[in-house]
Design a protein around this ligand. Sequence first.
Ligand code: ZN
Ligand code: ZN
Length: 237
Amino acid sequence: MPQRLFSGLLDLLFPPRCAGCGRPGSWLCTACLTQVAWIAPPLCPRCGEPARAPACCPRRHRHPEHLDGLRSAAWHSGPLRAALHRLKYRGQRVLAAPLAGLVVAAWRRDPPPAGLLIPVPLHPTRVRERGFNQAALLAAYVGRELGLPVDARHLARIRATPPQVGLSAGQRLVNVAGAFRYSGPSLHGRAVCLIDDICTTGATLEACAAALREAGAASVWAYTVARPRWDAADRDA
Ligand SMILES: [Zn+2]
Ligand SMILES: [Zn+2]
């Protein structure tokens, strides 16, 4: 049975329920959407943390090296956190559309210079286990809304890496260094934006950006749906 027909049937059997509060009627209800904690400007131009200037950015000592800019639409908390978890670990792909909508809204307020979207790839083994790559689903919606091309084929995770959870920021960088390779049409002079669901320390996005730069990209930005508050990420590290 084709996937789309199958999920259509599931919707009939199990009508939508909000991932945040469980109320029936939609996958992410209006009440939960109003609880989304947007990361509001002024933002550090490099890493997208709330800051009046890069010099007073809380993240300034760990600014990305390979990324020109990094933005997240909202803080990883409340109903949004629940929705992201359901998308990634419970396979609720329908959540990709409303979650991508948050990126689109933030992007329109603060657009990065990008002519091409590239989702952060999963290792093929992980794609087989999960059945999909949540970043690719998000990028497809974001690209459609913004009228930007999406390349989900040529950036690959060539090394399976242990999960980043529980690792320090430094360990995360080592864990994913060299784990990605781009082998596709030349990126020479192109402005690329990576798309992912969550950015914790940015180590994975950095490793992807390094591979895209090696392939000639003129600039590499990254946009994610959410990120944990920096003090929380620090504690995590
Ligand atoms: Zn709700
Ligand atoms: Zn910063």
